[in-house]
Write a protein that binds this ligand. Structure first.
Ligand SMILES: Cc1ncc(COP(=O)(O)O)c(C=O)c1O
Length: 423
């Protein structure tokens, strides 16, 4: 569809006609993902800038006292204060919503603040969460320590076993929380099957889509009620800024999430929103190439001596390979693998040895970067999780996670081979 077909809508914000300030583009529904990633959510100022403007301002001025009163009562259109809304942040929210196929999106300062805000907006003391046990370590901490102090309890089940979810439902269960693929074991959850259980129980299904992004997986198409993002990861894509987002229906976002963000203040900075907008423009091309690189590394690792197991949804050996093919466009860019030894101390020593012999791959806990990264989950991202919970989640001492970037695959293999050969 040619871009001429975009309908230009003037958003006048009560300015006099000669001072019309922004115009946005109402995107036609039949535009494709890559066009939406670049063109949707564009608001243009009176200077007609081509690239999105960065509105680094904490507040907005009013024409007069009456307009200020209107804005504060939210009866007039326009911006008031950047904790509530900001044009650069609004552009990011609109663009991400277009890509996820969501009615609405609100951005947050980080992925964790998105998860917390979602919980604050939907749960109260006495409520219960059912979560897959293979989730990001800080999310487990949030559920087990922070929310638990406010009387919210969590049961953990296998993301892959729908029966366990159904069996864990209690009369006070309000929310199902799942990451798919999970961090770091790439365990998948069948979103459609979970939706069926959630619907029957009258429970909200929340999916953390951080690993796949909408370029590889659209949870709303499979029945998710809410999608969470750590935009820090693939949406930025170059390891520069923190950010997060909550997506859902207009009603959910306005009634449940907006009041929480407005009063608790985990707002995304306009600068970070600007960086993330640029990240979205290259998202699908990065995800495609990084997934290809990850598949090549995963296949190669499977053939290496001393590697007991490789976890990657794009491998035919992955127990949920068929589900991955149904639910995702590719296996994604994160893989993990297990090194063998006779005991835990030996497994940890081998894993650390391999890490310490990397010269190209960065030793850092972040993922989603164009630079490949390696981490030992048991002693970093999941160190605060109890040893029993780690064991239940399958995160052992020999496990390493690699988030594959855009470097040449041959150099990445050489890097990993160095530590493997000498361990
Ligand atoms: C799957 C997943 N969800 C959420 C988060 C939290 O995101 P942030 O670091 O932006 O708070 C992370 C961070 O690594 C993650 O991997």
């Amino acid at each position: 569809m040619p871009l001429k077909s975009l309908q230009i809508i003037a958003t006048r914000f009560s300015f006099p006609a000669e001072r019309v300030f922004y115009c946005g583009f109402a995107m036609s529904d039949d535009l494709h993902f890559d066009t939406l990633a670049i063109r949707s959510g564009t608001l243009r100022s009176q200077f007609s800038e081509h690239s999105e403007a960065l509105f680094l301002t904490s507040s907005f001025v009013f024409e007069n006292a009456a307009q200020a009163a209107q804005r504060f009562q939210a009866t007039g259109e326009g911006y008031t204060y950047s904790r509530f809304s900001n044009p650069t942040v609004a552009m990011f929210q609109q663009r991400l919503a277009a890509l996820e196929g969501a009615e609405a999106c609100l951005a947050t300062a980080s992925g964790m603040s998105a998860i917390l805000s979602c919980c604050l907006g939907t749960l109260a003391a006495g409520d219960h969460i059912v979560s897959s046990h293979s989730i990001f370590g800080a999310t487990v901490q949030l559920f087990n320590t922070v929310l638990a102090r406010f009387g919210i309890t969590t049961s953990y089940v296998s993301g892959a076993n729908v029966q366990e979810w159904a069996a864990a439902v209690r009369p006070n269960t309000k929310l199902f929380y799942v990451e798919t693929p999970s961090n770091p074991l790439t365990e998948l959850a069948d979103i459609e099957a979970l939706k069926a259980v959630a619907q029957q129980a009258g429970v909200l299904l929340v999916v953390d889509n951080c690993f796949c992004t909408p370029a590889l997986q659209k949870p709303f198409e499979h029945g998710a009620d809410v999608v969470i993002h750590s935009a820090t990861k693939y949406i930025d894509g170059q390891g520069r800024v923190l950010g997060g987002a909550i997506l859902g229906s207009e009603q959910f976002i306005q009634e449940r999430i907006a009041p929480i963000l407005r009063t608790t203040g985990p707002s995304l900075s306009p600068f970070n929103a600007w960086v993330l907008l640029k990240g979205l423009e290259t998202l699908s091309i990065r995800m495609e190439r990084q997934s290809e690189n990850a598949l090549a590394i995963a296949r190669w690792l499977e053939s290496q001596k001393g590697v007991a197991r490789v976890h990657y949804p794009g491998l035919a050996s992955h127990p949920q390979f068929d589900l991955a093919r149904r639910q995702q466009n590719s296996g994604g860019a994160v893989l993990s693998f297990e090194l063998d030894a006779s005991d835990d101390a030996g497994r940890r020593a081998r894993a650390w040895h391999l890490i310490d012999h990397c010269r190209v791959i960065s030793i850092t806990a972040n993922l989603g970067d164009t630079r490949s990264t390696i981490t030992h989950p048991a002693t970093t991202t999941h160190v605060r999780v109890t040893p029993e919970a780690r064991q239940a989640a399958g995160i052992g001492e020999g496990l390493l996670r690699v988030a594959v970037g855009l470097e040449d695959v041959k150099d990445l293999q050489t890097d990993l081979a160095r530590g493997l050969a000498t361990a």
